[in-house]
Design a protein around this ligand. Structure first.
Ligand code: FAD
Length: 328
């Protein structure tokens, strides 16, 4: 699939990304760092919509954009295509996610060579989830079992800047937080440069997580992952899967508002903005937004965080229309 695209929008007349940049260097040189996560589109129409979202969010000058690796690896081509297109055409640094699901070491080698040839500099090294319909992760017979092994494997031959996943409330397969944190330390000791967290709604979970991580010698930046609530059923489904808790205050508000989809979106923006403000005020290196390929909520939150007037550029009619789209 080729993506039709119009020329990159010049932002402030400056090209901040003339050369590939390592996210670790971005984090060192800027504060706070804001990033967006997209998933690869299924159809050409979805691809157009995704680039529209990316183009809108680009106006907020994100520090990087990451693109997920489809569960089961089925969207590999699209992940690399989108990651490269965004970098080249939108002129934003990018990061491709990569999982161990269903691939041998040899296949991983060819993927990693391809990522390097595409000029991509950053990789989020993950084990991945079992394919849909399966409950346990079964490694490929000639593949890798844990993200730590992937980090080690990449470090043996490639020089990418590497991120790994962290779980402030623990990973669902290992409810023992201390044990899960030891596995995170193994990933970092194997060569990860930074950690991006699973979504959470309770900031105290992130603060405890960072404190515990520092206490056992994990010193790399830990970027909190934030997902604005836009749909009550969807957020319940996500949190059940990933093990994040919904605080009582948020849960009660969502109960009250759930029939009014636009009100849910508005409250989601308000809640996430408050979360981000507190995280940044208490030293988080930045925010990674799980956008679900939608722009409205993330746009509003980041505009408010930056204290900029970007949000006001939209007409009231356009803003209402965007809220309706997001609520779908
Ligand atoms: P690991 O770090 O390998 O951990 C997996 C489980 O194994 C954990 O329970 C851990 O405690 C345990 N463990 C680790 N090491 C050992 C060991 N030596 N012995 C025993 N147990 C061990 N999924 C996708 O499919 N595509 C994506 O693009 C994607 N992007 C993500 C981005 C972020 C920021 C996050 C937080 C998650 C993402 N995921 C993605 C989901 C992720 O793949 C799942 O959470 C997966 O179940 C675990 O991946 P991991 O890299 O954390 O695995």
């Amino acid at each position: 699939m080729s993506i039709a695209w119009t020329p990159a929008i010049p932002i402030g007349g400056q090209n901040r990304y003339t050369a590939a940049m390592r996210i670790s260097d971005i984090i060192t040189s800027r504060h706070p760092v804001f990033s967006f996560e997209f998933f690869p589109p299924k159809t050409d129409m979805d691809a157009d919509a995704l680039f529209e979202t990316a183009r809108t969010l680009r106006t907020l000058e994100p520090d990087f954009i990451s693109v997920t690796w489809g569960a089961g690896g089925g969207t590999r081509r699209k992940t690399l295509e989108i990651t490269t297109s965004i970098k080249k055409k939108l002129n934003v640094e990018t990061m491709s996610h990569l999982t161990c699901v269903g691939v041998s070491r040899m296949e991983l080698d060819s993927i990693l060579d391809e990522i390097r040839e595409l000029g991509l500099e950053n990789v989020l090294a993950l084990r991945g989830d079992p394919p849909r319909g399966e409950t346990d992760f079964v490694p490929h017979p000639e593949g890798l079992s844990h993200a730590r092994e992937l980090v080690e494997h990449i470090r043996s031959r490639w020089s990418f800047c590497l991120g790994v996943a962290g779980y402030p409330e623990g990973h669902p397969e290992v409810p023992d937080l201390e044990r899960d944190l030891m596995f995170l330390k193994q990933k970092v000791d194997a060569g990860a440069d930074f950690v991006t967290t699973q979504l959470f709604f309770d900031n105290s979970a992130y603060f405890r997580f960072v404190e515990s991580a520092r206490a056992i010698g994990i010193s790399v930046p830990i970027i909190p992952g934030i997902m604005p609530v836009t749909n009550v059923k969807q957020i319940k489904r996500f949190t059940e899967t990933c093990g994040a808790t919904i605080p009582v205050r948020l849960s009660e508000q969502l109960e009250q508002l759930q029939e009014d989809r636009e009100a849910v979106v508005e409250y989601g923006i308000e809640y996430a903005t408050g979360q981000c403000e507190e995280l940044l005020a208490h030293g988080a290196p930045g925010i990674h937004f799980y956008t679900l390929n939608r722009s409205h909520s993330t746009f509003q939150i980041l505009s408010r965080l930056r204290g900029a007037s970007y949000g006001a550029r939209k007409s009231p009619g356009q803003a209402a229309q965007d809220r309706q789209t997001e609520a779908r």
